[in-house]
Write a protein that binds this ligand. Structure first.
Ligand SMILES: [Cu+2]
Length: 263
C-alpha cells in the first residue's frame, strides 16, 4: 500500500553485473537485509545473507540472478519495504535501454541510488476528510516523524484542500496567508526539516470540525523505539483516521550512467 512500488520500479530497470545499489535511509529505523527468495516472500529477516545497517550502504551486484532485500524492522517488509533485483546478463536487454551504447564494459559503472524513508498515508481509506472516525492528533502522537519522511494526503478536492499554516493559525483555524496550499487531491508533502508542520483544511468549518493536523518532525536520534509516546496532551478535537503506511520510499531517484566519465 505504499506510494512507491519497488517491484514496478525494479521491473523497469535492466540490472547487470557490476551495477551498484546505494541504499540511503535512517539507520535508527531501518536496515537492509539480503535474504533468500523464501525470506523475501515471507518477509523473514532471520539468517540474512548479508546485513547492512550503515544508513548509506553500497551493494554491488556481483553476479547474475536475483538479489532480495528487505528491511529487518518489524512490519516494515510486510508493509512493502522489500525489493527483488534481477541481475540479468548484458545480452538480455529486452527493453529499450536508456543507455544504448553502454555495453558490458560500461555497465559496471551504473549506480542506482535508493533512498528509504517512511511514507505516511494520511487517512488510509478515509483520507483527508472532515467526516472520519479518527483523531488526527492522536494518530500523529503515535508516530515518530523524521526528516526525509513523506506525508501523503488523499482527499476529494471538490470538498477539501490542504493548507500549511503557522502554529498560531493552526490553533485558531485560520487558513489565510498559508505557507503552502495544496489542492491536488493527492498531495505529497516531504518532511524536509525539524519542527512542527501544521496543516488545516481551508474549507469553511472543516478545520474547526477537526480537519487539522500538527506534525512534529524530530531529530533522527531522538526516539528509537516506535513506542507510543503518551504525549498526546493536546485535546483531540479531530475526529479523523490516519493510518500509517510505512513503506520504503524507495524512490530510487536516479540511475546514473557514469560510463564515459573519467575518475
Ligand atoms: Cu475539508
Amino acid at each position: 500500500m505504499g506510494q512507491i512500488d519497488y517491484q514496478e520500479w525494479a521491473a523497469n530497470k535492466n540490472f547487470h553485473v557490476g551495477y551498484t545499489l546505494v541504499f540511503n535511509y535512517n539507520d535508527q529505523f531501518h536496515n537492509v537485509k539480503q535474504v533468500t527468495h523464501q525470506g523475501y516472500e515471507s518477509c523473514n529477516a532471520t539468517s540474512p545473507a548479508a546485513t547492512y545497517t550503515n544508513g548509506s550502504d553500497t551493494v554491488t551486484l556481483e553476479k547474475l540472478g536475483h538479489f532480495y532485500f528487505i528491511c529487518g524492522y518489524p512490519g516494515h517488509c510486510l508493509s512493502g519495504q522489500k525489493i527483488d533485483i534481477l541481475v540479468a546478463s548484458a545480452a538480455s536487454n529486452l527493453s529499450p535501454a536508456p543507455s544504448p551504447k553502454s555495453s558490458e564494459r560500461s555497465s559496471a559503472s551504473h549506480l542506482y541510488l535508493i533512498s528509504m524513508a517512511a511514507v505516511y498515508q494520511v487517512g488510509e481509506s478515509a483520507g483527508w476528510t472532515s467526516m472520519g472516525q479518527i483523531d488526527y492528533q492522536e494518530w500523529a502522537a503515535n508516530k515518530n516523524f523524521h526528516v526525509g519522511d513523506t506525508l501523503v494526503f488523499n482527499y476529494n478536492n471538490q470538498f477539501h484542500n490542504l493548507k500549511q499554516v503557522t502554529h498560531e493559525r493552526y490553533e485558531s483555524c485560520n487558513a489565510t496567508s498559508p505557507i503552502a496550499t495544496y489542492s491536488n487531491g493527492s498531495d505529497t508533502v516531504a518532511l524536509e526539516k525539524l519542527g512542527h508542520l501544521c496543516f488545516v483544511c481551508g474549507y469553511p468549518g472543516h478545520c474547526l470540525a477537526g480537519q487539522k493536523i500538527d506534525v512534529l518532525v524530530a531529530p533522527a536520534a531522538s526516539n528509537l523505539s516506535p513506542a507510543p509516546p503518551p504525549q498526546s496532551s493536546e485535546p483531540s478535537s479531530a475526529s479523523y483516521l490516519y493510518l500509517t503506511n510505512l513503506s520504503w520510499t524507495l524512490s530510487v531517484l536516479l540511475a546514473f550512467c557514469l560510463s564515459g566519465f573519467a575518475y
